[in-house]
Design a protein around this ligand. Structure first.
Ligand code: AGP
Length: 372
């Protein structure tokens, strides 16, 4: 079994390090002459894709956070309203489904019963369904009209890591494909997104290299009982994912918040020494959001928080207020989650290890939830 782990102490550690390939393999073959072309979507017919007036993404857990992140990109590039619903909530709200609705399911296993039942519900109502899935020929992609596979390779650890970044990548490719077909994607936006995709595998590898720094941090924080995560825009679902990882494998109370929501309640939680990870947007590509998040950092610091800031390289604005600064490579705002999440994955893994827990097989959880 040690061999399967490629020399790492857990599958999760191995899978975190495989993320450059997970992203690269998901992109491979889907960018042709500077434009994104997904053959499985082309097969649905461009007319059908042009008629879409609403997208519903359904998923559970980590896949739902990938969906939330993907929603920002699809709306920006394809100008179609996107909502994200948890699979197990979807059917019970008597959802409004019309001819123009596209349902995109996101599932690593392709066997999650909640998601499968939601897909079947949509199919029965004549809705076009696309499956983003990591497992070839699993039930959900087989049932769907089209399957856009992620190529992360088999994910063994219960805590999803490489599937998550591959899911975001696939949803971005879908957004770029739809934007091109529908004529909503400007040439410069397409060029910069394709350049960001090109650079991604190497940048993900750099983010993986934060391991040692994070291991030190986790070592000092081994007794931590609660951790908060803050982000804005795509940083918000990234914060939710950071919190889920910590709950799942380190059994530590953790919550993710939209940074702007702090003043509406959660700031009352901030007490002396409370660790808070803050995902700081780029000051180059999102200056307004950046300055708002820096203000949030000042507010929580003034109330005693221990701030761990994840910033892009060269951003020194938080240095006076952060206890720890983790640096990630420069990319566009939309692509930041793919880099920012990696130190959060390492942090959960290292705290789990420090507590002597089974990183790959956390209590009460199964890799694939095949019951409703
Ligand atoms: C992620 O770390 C979790 N184990 C869990 O939230 C998972 O993402 C969820 O159960 C969905 O699984 P799926 O992608 O196989 O559908």
């Amino acid at each position: 079994e040690a061999a399967d782990k490629g020399g790492w102490s857990s599958f999760m550690a191995k899978e975190i390090t495989e993320q450059p390939d997970a992203v690269g393999n998901t992109i491979r073959g889907r960018v042709v002459d500077g434009a994104v072309e997904i053959p499985e979507l082309t097969e649905l017919g461009d007319d059908r894709l042009r008629e879409i007036d609403r997208i519903i993404i359904i998923a559970c857990g980590t896949a739902s956070y990938a969906g939330m992140i993907g929603a920002y990109a699809i709306e920006q590039w394809a100008r179609i309203p996107v909502e994200v619903q948890l699979s197990h909530e979807f059917r019970y709200r008597d959802p409004i489904l019309t001819d123009g609705t596209l349902l995109i399911s996101v599932s690593q296993s392709g066997e999650t019963m909640d998601t499968l039942m939601a897909v079947k519900y949509a199919i029965e109502r004549g809705v076009t369904t696309v499956s983003v899935c990591n497992t070839q020929s699993a039930t959900i992609p087989r049932e769907s009209d089209a399957a856009v596979y992620t190529h992360a390779g088999p994910e063994v650890a219960v805590a999803s890591t490489k599937a998550f970044v591959a899911q975001i990548t696939a949803l971005y490719l879908i957004g770029l494909h739809l934007g091109r077909v529908r004529g909503t994607l400007a040439a410069d936006a397409q060029a910069s997104a394709v350049a960001a995709l090109d650079a991604l595998p190497a940048q993900v590898a750099e983010a993986v290299d934060t391991h040692e720094q994070i291991a030190q941090l986790a070592h000092w924080m081994a007794d931590t009982r609660s951790v908060l995560f803050l982000g804005r825009h795509v940083g918000y679902p990234t914060a939710l994912e950071g919190a889920l990882k910590l709950k799942e494998i380190a059994y530590i109370h953790a919550e993710g918040f939209a940074a702007g929501e702090l003043k509406h309640g959660p700031i009352a939680l901030i007490d002396h020494g409370q660790p808070v990870f803050v995902l700081v947007p780029s000051p180059r590509t999102a200056p307004v959001m950046h300055s708002k998040v820096v203000s949030n950092i000042q507010e929580i610091r003034a109330r005693g928080a221990r701030v761990i800031a994840i910033v892009e390289k060269g951003d020194t604005s938080v240095l006076p207020y952060a206890d720890d600064v983790i640096r990630i490579p420069l990319t566009d705002t939309l692509f930041e989650p793919l880099l920012q999440v990696i130190p959060l994955q390492w942090f959960a893994l290292e705290l789990s290890t420090a507590k002597g827990l089974d990183v790959d097989q956390p209590r009460n959880l199964a890799k694939s939830v095949t019951v409703e």
